[in-house]
Design a protein around this ligand. Structure first.
Ligand code: ADP
Ligand code: ADP
Ligand code: ZN
Length: 226
């Protein structure tokens, strides 16, 4: 491969979906890919939490559903993704984290990508054991300053109480990250989201990674897959 081809392959646009239940590591891997390749993380969960915090109409409608671990309406979620894609369409690529979560959202995504002149390159299914997800999600916390994710056992800051990335010391836990709500979210995943694996397998874009491995190993598997 000559130098010119090399450069092009490193900088080409990549749009991908990270598919997996709560705790699979979608946010963790999306942030790593964002840093490595300049891709934009499009997390509908983060955008919905921002809408709830800002008290917008969408946020007001979403709040109780999110607290109970249910799925916010397709209409609300698709509208926020549409707005975000309008900003990102000429960027280096988007990592969809937590979207689509229903068959209707997957259909809407196709329409939105066409509308914004974008294409989908890969769908990475992150395979995990449900039982382990309760521990992952219950132990999750994030830096309030920069959003870096941590875990009580699997990923602690190098210096206790100090964020590796920004030096901040204000950490947050999500209200919905408790054992009871995780069970409801896992049920929603199996009922509404898991069928998308077969849907994307049929398009030939599906890649599967073992997301029970350590964070670095999962990153390597995703890199190889895309
Ligand atoms: P998701 O976005 O899929 O819900 P996160 O990326 O937030 O998942 O990860 C959930 C929790 O598990 C976080 O606390 C994170 O630090 C931790 N985690 C992520 N990937 C792994 C992994 N491969 N092994 C162990 N813990 C992990
Ligand atoms: P996780 O992957 O850890 O379950 P997210 O941050 O992706 O968490 O989502 C948190 C909550 O936000 C979900 O339980 C759901 O209520 C809502 N949500 C996020 N994305 C979507 C979506 N695409 N469709 C419907 N609801 C969503
Ligand atoms: Zn930080």
């Amino acid at each position: 491969m000559d130098a010119q081809t090399d450069t092009r392959s490193e900088t080409r646009t990549v749009n991908l979906i990270l598919l997996g239940p709560p705790g699979a590591g979608k946010g963790t891997q999306a942030r790593i890919l964002m840093e490595e390749r300049g891709l934009t993380q499009l997390s509908t969960g983060d955008m919905l939490r921002a809408a709830v915090a800002a008290g917008t109409d969408a946020g007001k409608a979403a709040k109780a559903v999110m607290e109970a671990g249910g799925l916010v309406s397709d209409e609300i979620v698709v509208a926020i993704v549409d707005d975000k894609l309008a900003e990102e369409k000429s960027g280096p690529g988007v990592i969809f984290d937590g979207f689509p979560r229903t068959a209707a959202q997957a259909e809407s995504l196709d329409a939105l990508l066409a509308k914004h002149g974008m294409q989908l390159d890969a769908v990475v299914s992150m395979e995990v054991d449900d039982d382990a997800m309760v521990g992952r999600v219950s132990g999750r916390y994030t830096c309030g300053g920069c959003g870096e994710g941590y875990h009580d056992a699997a990923k602690v800051p190098r210096t206790e109480g100090v964020c590796d990335k920004c030096g901040g010391s204000d950490f947050k836990r999500r209200a919905d990250d408790n054992a009871e709500t995780v069970r409801a979210r896992l049920e929603a995943y199996h009922a509404d989201t898991a069928p998308l694996i077969a849907h994307y397998a049929a398009t030939g874009k599906l890649k599967t990674v073992d997301a029970m491995k350590d964070i670095d190993d999962v990153t390597a598997a995703i890199r190889a897959a895309i």
